[in-house]
Design a protein around this ligand. Structure first.
Ligand SMILES: Cc1cc2nc3c(=O)[nH]c(=O)nc-3n(C[C@H](O)[C@H](O)[C@H](O)COP(=O)(O)OP(=O)(O)OC[C@H]3O[C@@H](n4cnc5c(N)ncnc54)[C@H](O)[C@@H]3O)c2cc1C
Length: 461
């Protein structure tokens, strides 16, 4: 008799959600986590702490820019970084403890320590041996490194260090114009740092809709963020008081040097499988990722994998969906994740959100489409809230009107996008959204207006 039906290795959004769903489905389950707290990257050093700092720094920005316009005088705004970090740590703690409560509620055994797979039916955690019918690998990811750049998490930092800076740097250089670099660059920029983002490609946020990329960059530039695009960072030299960042422009190979107090390396993340024992049990990997089939099975019977450690977007909600789906599969039901409808959000001010196809994807695929666009300038709520920057862009099939994608840059974009996610799950047309009554005055009306623009035209544009 095995101790467990399922042992999940990793307590991040993939692993903890999987463990809870296993418990709900009546499976005997343990979740092994080595970092000393549940919630993984997301709750401890990712989504949650970054959003806390984005919220706090946005409040500083709002006080400095819009309070006076509404007749509010609050005196000069000052920031106590230590207190701001303490607020962030409090948010993290209450979230991670919340998962421990959910584990108890759903009868999940929380095993503290680093797990090693010694056979398809046994996981070792220190001296403890857990026998099991199934193993789910949910060990997540870690920041990717860059040759010539040595991270010390004090002056040359990853996202983890960027959540712990004890003072606002004068000059912050961010390497990489992806989601994490722009979010954390925004945090410290709003708190007073001069931020320069150096990006290898010629665009920011690779993979986004092209129009959104350009608009987004313009807004960030207006907020004071500097950009060097098409540039490959060669090295970061550490002097006593300064850092010297050397980069080469790809267009002419010319070399340039920029000074910084702090350098944030935000060049992506790579799957984490160290010490897991994959080679010994013969679990196949590809470019560091654990290989799975469409049902999250590895090549070794009884061993499954989900989340950042496998292929696909490195997003908490993608990991969570896979966690639930794999639990269903193990319980003999049918787990399902619709990879065509996974939203992506950048929590800057304004937010950027997207789901489904971009115009670029559709052009490449030769599919005929139409676009309905609506600017937040035409939205009454956005006007009242000084939030008129940005637009909604809805993309629908030219013939059938079926929604294929949506790209939003503007207030509350990260919440607005879900209307379209639901619509897409139901195979809705743009007209379905256009015919749905939307409360006034809300930002959501901009979604409806974009849908109207796919047909006979928006009303307020
Ligand atoms: C700064 C930052 C901001 C982010 N913001 C967002 C966001 O806003 N929205 C979003 O969707 N995503 C965001 N992400 C990405 C998100 O955090 C990840 O996609 C998500 O955490 C992946 O979940 P996971 O369960 O696959 O892995 P992880 O969250 O990485 O969890 C894996 C866990 O496994 C543990 N582990 C590893 N090996 C072992 C072992 N052998 N034994 C025991 N335990 C082990 C690790 O300690 C870790 O706790 C952000 C990431 C960062 C870094």
């Amino acid at each position: 008799m095995a101790d467990y039906d399922v042992v999940v290795i990793g307590g991040g959004p993939g692993g903890y959600v999987c463990a809870i769903r296993c418990g709900q489905l009546g499976l005997k389950v343990a979740c092994v986590e080595g970092r000393g707290a549940l919630g993984g990257t997301c709750l401890n050093v990712g989504c949650i702490p970054s959003k806390a700092l984005l919220h706090a720094s946005e409040a500083v920005h709002e006080a400095g820019t819009n309070f006076a316009k509404m007749g509010i005088s609050a005196g000069p705004v000052s920031v106590d970084v230590a207190k701001m970090l303490a607020y962030k740590d409090g948010v993290v703690k209450s979230n991670t403890q919340g998962i421990e409560f959910l584990f108890k509620k759903n009868k999940v055994d929380y095993v503290k320590g680093w797990g090693e797979i010694v056979s398809p039916t046994e996981v070792k955690v220190g001296d403890q041996s857990l026998t099991t019918k199934n193993i789910v690998i949910a060990t997540g990811s870690e920041p990717a490194s860059l040759p010539g750049v040595e991270v010390d998490e004090e002056r040359v930092i990853t996202s983890t260090g960027a959540l712990e800076l004890t003072k606002v740097p004068e000059k912050l250089v961010v390497i990489g114009a992806g989601v994490i670099g722009l979010e954390l660059g925004s945090v410290w920029g709003r708190l007073g740092a001069e931020v320069t983002v150096i990006e290898f490609l010629d665009v920011i946020t690779p993979g986004q809709d092209g129009e959104v990329q350009k608009h987004f960059q313009r807004i960030l530039k207006k907020q004071g963020m500097g950009f060097v695009l098409g540039a490959a960072v060669q090295k970061v030299k550490k002097l006593k008081t300064k850092l010297k960042v050397t980069y080469k422009l790809r267009k002419d190979d010319s070399e340039h040097v920029v000074d910084a107090d702090v350098v944030l390396v935000a060049t992506g993340r790579r799957p984490y499988t160290e010490g897991l024992g994959l080679e010994a049990v013969g679990v196949a990997t590809e470019r560091g990722m654990v290989k799975t089939d469409a049902h999250w099975r590895t090549n070794v019977a009884g061993i499954w994998a989900i989340g950042d450690v496998i292929a696909g977007p490195m997003l908490a909600h993608k990991a969570e969906d896979e966690g639930m789906a794999v639990a269903e599969e193990i319980a003999g039901k049918h787990g399902h994740v619709n990879y065509g409808v996974i939203p992506g959000v950048i929590y800057t001010g304004p937010e950027v959100a997207s789901v489904g196809q971009t115009e670029e994807n559709l052009k490449e695929a030769g599919r005929a489409y139409k676009v309905g666009k609506f600017p937040f300038m035409g939205n009454g709520r956005a006007k009242a809230n000084f939030a008129t920057e940005g637009f909604v862009k809805l993309i629908a099939d030219a013939e059938t009107d079926r929604i294929l994608g949506c790209h939003v840059i503007g207030p509350g974009a990260g919440d607005l996008i879900h209307e379209i996610c639901v619509a897409m799950e139901f195979g809705a047309s743009a007209q379905d959204v256009a015919l749905t009554c939307h409360a006034h005055p809300t930002y959501s009306e901009a979604m409806r207006e974009a849908a109207l623009a796919c047909g006979d035209g928006a009303i307020h544009a």
